[in-house]
Design a protein around this ligand. Structure first.
Ligand SMILES: Cc1cc2nc3c(=O)[nH]c(=O)nc-3n(C[C@H](O)[C@H](O)[C@H](O)COP(=O)(O)OP(=O)(O)OC[C@H]3O[C@@H](n4cnc5c(N)ncnc54)[C@H](O)[C@@H]3O)c2cc1C
Length: 294
């Protein structure tokens, strides 16, 4: 049996950043991940990360754009918290060694792009492979950290909770994981267990998500008695290259941010941005698309 202070399940940006911070505080941390460390949604992120770093931009402006794009469904407190802390998060990544694209002609020194829904240039990026640059940088830190042990090709199967082992409390004591290299289930014990297992895009046939995105952490949490919420919200990228015999991949969000608009070949604009409200009911949009197909 393995024993750690904290188990972090998942090697995306959430898992790696937390592991580094906890390990810096002296905790013994295990990072378990389904495949190799880099196989995560975070690695495939392209366009970049939105943050308020330009003095001419404002927290309130970014919040407003987010709430409008969220069509009244956002948790306003969470939006504010994330945006107020966006510059700190970017500074943390820079301190880790992420080299966002520079631009001497801007007041920030960074090249900022604009993406769909944003009314300001506030996207830091590393060319069009931001996720790969961020994750590769953090992987180097994690691999070299004396307090972090990495377990690649380990699939977390289920949490070990008090109820499951006959105790009166339902505390989490660790988890069972399948070591795919040898086909064995192993036990990990820890004071803290963190599910940083990302989303569940792969429950759909067509997605830009990699194969690891199967919602395992959400399912494990649910089985352990946690409340899950907002499961109906799933991000679909509106621009994706489709090929019948190959995996689909994202055509960057920056395409729309920089002015690209989405049209059917007959010129009909089927997906308009927030400032140009749809004039048609959804059934009319479908009817127009069917018209075109026929
Ligand atoms: C193609 C694409 C482009 C994107 N572009 C952008 C962008 O430009 N800007 C932006 O802000 N966002 C972008 N996103 C969204 C962003 O990438 C995600 O919101 C973010 O990366 C989620 O990070 P995460 O750490 O929560 O999860 P992930 O990065 O998905 O990490 C989840 C980790 O959990 C592991 N895991 C899952 N289940 C198990 C299990 N049972 N056992 C062990 N390990 C497990 C996985 O292997 C993986 O390592 C993009 C997403 C995609 C798919």
């Amino acid at each position: 049996m393995y024993q750690f202070n904290t188990l972090v399940i998942g090697s995306g940006l959430a898992g790696l950043s937390l592991a580094i911070e906890l390990a810096n505080c002296g905790q013994k941390v295990a990072v378990l991940t389904k495949k190799e460390l880099s196989e995560c949604n975070s690695y495939y992120a392209q366009g970049g990360i939105a943050a308020v770093i330009d003095n001419n931009d404002s927290i309130e402006g970014h919040i407003k754009d987010t709430l409008v794009a969220g069509a009244g469904l956002c948790d306003a407190k969470a939006v504010r918290y994330i945006i107020e802390n966006s510059a700190n998060a970017i500074n943390w990544l820079i301190a880790m060694g992420v080299k966002f694209d520079l631009d001497d002609d801007t007041s920030t020194g960074y090249h900022l792009t604009q993406e769909g829904g944003h009314n300001f240039r506030r996207i830091l990026h590393v060319a069009d492979a931001t996720g790969a640059a961020v994750i590769n940088t953090l992987i180097q830190k994690v691999k070299r950290h004396p307090n972090i042990q990495v377990f690649e090709n380990f699939v977390a199967i289920d949490l070990i909770t008090g109820y499951k082992i006959g105790l009166a409390d339902n505390q989490c004591y660790g988890l069972y994981a399948l070591n795919r290299n040898i086909g064995q289930i192993l036990t990990f014990a820890a004071t803290n267990t963190v599910l940083a297992t990302g989303g569940a895009g792969k429950v759909y046939l067509y997605t830009t998500n990699p194969d690891i995105a199967t919602g395992d952490g959400i399912a494990m949490a649910y089985r352990a008695g946690c409340r899950v919420a907002n499961m109906e919200f799933m991000q679909f990228h509106p621009t994706c290259l489709y090929h019948a015999n190959a995996k689909s991949f994202l055509i960057s969000e920056a395409v729309r941010g920089e002015g690209g608009i989405l049209k059917l070949p007959n010129g009909y604009r089927f997906m308009q941005d927030h400032d140009e409200r749809l004039e048609l009911a959804p059934r009319d949009i479908v009817a127009k698309a069917i018209d075109y197909e026929m």
